[in-house]
Write a protein that binds this ligand. Structure first.
Ligand code: TRP
Length: 453
């Protein structure tokens, strides 16, 4: 139960890289572009940035500080700071969210693995949009093959976590994140230099307010939480391995800056290419799996760029998946004394069992809807991203703002550098009032709109 010598990141750089690795994932590279595509491009981007600053960042700072100051998992952290109170439930909400997210995340993780291999073997050579669509539909509607790839994705995640914090998670991020950065830069350059790319750049950078509806706000909040990895205890867990010396506001600045830049860069890698070749930006989830292979097929050396893109997506997905698995692993280790091996085996089995129906939502269970026409896949995503993440984000921010107190947050976040969060009075106000109010308003509207559907 106690953590006398909590394992630590080997350096602050390792922590920042792993946190960016967690943040940058399918959310930033697969979901962000298609949601932006459906919601008016630049207008969505602006709302997203607003949500990142006013809702995502305050929760991110709070989660990391709670983890660092208690050196515990999300449940243990609240038990330590507020013993014999129900605040620890926040930790369980987060843990459940990570399990649900990993269940559907591994579905898409499996798709990215297959697509990477296909792209490397040049299967997308001269593929047309119709062929790309039928090959994607045939693949996802197969009853077994996608499950096989989902399992493969989960096994990769398990193996990395098995090697532990420094040798598994930190080392993987140190190798893969720079690779991701390089791949992304190459792809952005390729995309924005295509003839007619300006239209795509315009689409992602200039707001088209006519496409903005109330639901755009919910999407923006959901996306801000999801893409910063907050609301699931991930950052409490990663923060618990951070040395007390380090200055947290400084680390958070880097995490937010880089992960937001990656989302924008993903948009810049995708839309100019999509527009340049005359495709539709708003086709939803299959944008990356259908439109992109067809886009690449028409470029010189397109097979090579397709392979780079899907490799990028796989890398991003893996470094996020390990952060999701680590939350419940640390919880079972800290609170129940499980070994890592036992935790990995049991937790991954649970995730896999939950994940099978998510994958089958695209084949045998495609006509099975829960509420409001959501498939099982969509339901898992909805419960996790739109209910549990905001709920846990809300309790974290209420805890820090009203129970634990902003002065303690500031004190605990300083580290040896001794520097406070810049504009601390303004942040204190945001943390106590703005963030919780905004989360509540968005949350209520969202539930109402779902019920009205
Ligand atoms: N942020 C990741 C993405 O954008 C997914 C993710 C990892 C996540 N850990 C999380 C989302 C914790 C919410 C909470 O793909």
């Amino acid at each position: 139960m106690s953590n006398h010598s909590r394992e630590q990141w080997s350096s602050k750089f390792g922590f920042i890289l792993a946190s960016i690795g967690s943040a940058v994932g399918l959310g930033s590279i697969w979901k962000f572009p298609y949601i932006a595509g459906e919601n008016g491009g630049g207008a969505f981007v602006l709302l997203f940035l607003l949500c990142v600053v006013l809702m995502g960042m305050p929760v991110l700072i709070s989660e990391i500080v709670l983890g660092r100051s208690t050196q515990r998992n999300p449940v243990g952290a609240f038990r330590k700071l507020a013993p014999n109170t129900p605040w620890f439930i926040t930790g369980y909400i987060g843990i459940i969210a990570t399990l649900l997210i990993l269940a559907f995340y591994s579905t898409v993780g499996g798709w990215t693995l297959t697509y990477t291999l296909d792209a490397f073997t040049n299967s997308f050579h001269q593929i047309t949009i119709n062929e790309a669509e039928s090959s994607f539909t045939t693949f996802i509607s197969h009853p077994f093959i996608p499950i096989f790839w989902q399992a493969a994705f989960l096994i990769l995640t398990m193996i990395i976590c098995y090697f532990g914090l420094q040798k598994g998670i930190e080392r993987t991020n140190k190798i893969l994140m720079p690779l991701l950065g390089i791949l992304l830069v190459i792809l952005v350059i390729r995309s924005v230099t295509l003839p007619g790319a300006m239209e795509g750049i315009h689409f992602i950078l200039y707001p088209d307010w006519s496409k903005v509806t109330v639901s755009t706000f919910f999407e923006a909040l959901g996306m801000a939480f999801f893409s910063l990895s907050v609301g699931a205890g991930c950052m409490v867990t990663y923060g618990s391995f951070l040395s007390k010396k380090e200055n947290i506001p400084n680390a958070v600045g880097n995490i937010v800056l880089f992960s937001t830049l990656v989302s924008l860069a993903a948009g810049l890698a995708i839309f100019p290419a999509v527009f340049s070749l005359g495709y539709e930006p708003g086709i939803g989830p299959p944008l990356v799996f259908i439109t992109l292979p067809a886009v690449f097929a028409q470029m010189p050396a397109g097979g090579f760029f397709a392979a780079l893109f899907f490799l990028l997506l796989t890398v991003a997905a893996l470094t996020s998946a390990i952060s999701l698995l680590e939350v419940s692993l640390r919880y079972t280790e800290d609170e129940h004394g499980w070994t890592r091996k036992k935790g990995i085996m049991i937790i991954s089995t649970v995730i896999f069992l939950l994940g099978i129906p998510a994958t089958l939502s695209y084949s045998s269970l495609s006509d099975f809807y829960t509420v409001s026409g959501l498939t099982i896949f969509d339901t898992l995503d909805f419960i996790a991203s739109n209910v549990l993440l905001p709920l846990s984000g809300l309790t974290v921010i209420l805890f820090v703002g009203w129970k634990w107190g902003v002065p303690l947050l500031l004190k605990e976040s300083r580290g040896d550098l001794g520097k406070d969060l810049p504009f601390k009075t303004a942040w204190a106000f945001v943390i106590r009032w703005i963030t919780p109010l905004l989360i509540v308003v968005v949350f209520l509207f969202q539930i109402l709109s779902l019920l009205q559907k």
